[in-house]
Design a protein around this ligand. Sequence first.
Ligand code: 8X3
Length: 254
Amino acid sequence: MIQTDVSTRSALVTGASSGIGAATAHRLTTEGWRVFAVARRAEKLESLAEQEGIIPIICDVTDPEQVAAALEEVTAAGGIDTLINNAGGALGMDSVAEGRPEDWRWMFDVNVLGALNMIKAFVPMLREHGEGTILTVTSTAALAPYEGGAGYNAAKFGEHALTGALRLEEAEHNIRVIEVLPGMVATEEFTAKRLRGDVAAAEAVYRGVKRPLVAEDIAEVIAAAVKLPHHVNLDQVVVRPVAQAAQHKVIREE
Ligand code: 8X3
């Protein structure tokens, strides 16, 4: 299949200070893209910004004012054709009966409203471009609820629904809308945050799993999806390690 010429491609990646976001920013720049790397934490963005082609932008996606400032910065620097909504996360593994509303609020804010804020801000630019792409990283948690997952499931189901509606709404503006749904990916921060810093419990999640996915695996999938000719839309890409045949079936070698 013919690949689109990437010499003029430009993306914005949220949640770019670590994990899948950082790996995606690296990957696309290595392939010649200009990448605006968006994250809340300045110190985390610094090392990433050392790579040529990466433009760091400090911005909390849950704050519409900061998102408006990021839009101004990106506009002044030439704009983008691809928005990659990766910022998100899980907090807690409580049952519904024990659910903590503050955790749920945080998860809705960062996963759902963060994506909404970014999309609202950048859609006019992408429409004007004429061949825009919006790729949102949701999760296999958006497909099937599991015990202890309710808050995260609900947030990711929400982000998944938003993505589906957006695809229908923006097709007439020639914006393709891609959803990547990763399963078990071993990243530094995701599980530690979810388990409130309990390192042993976080390690146990991947115990005995021969090859969980790593951030670079998802970055490779994202890069492949956004490099396809623009009329080719991978609506939904579910990515799991072979050892995780389903949410409830993980092969562990003791
Ligand atoms: C993370 C995947 O399996 O923890 O988004 O829900 S899972």
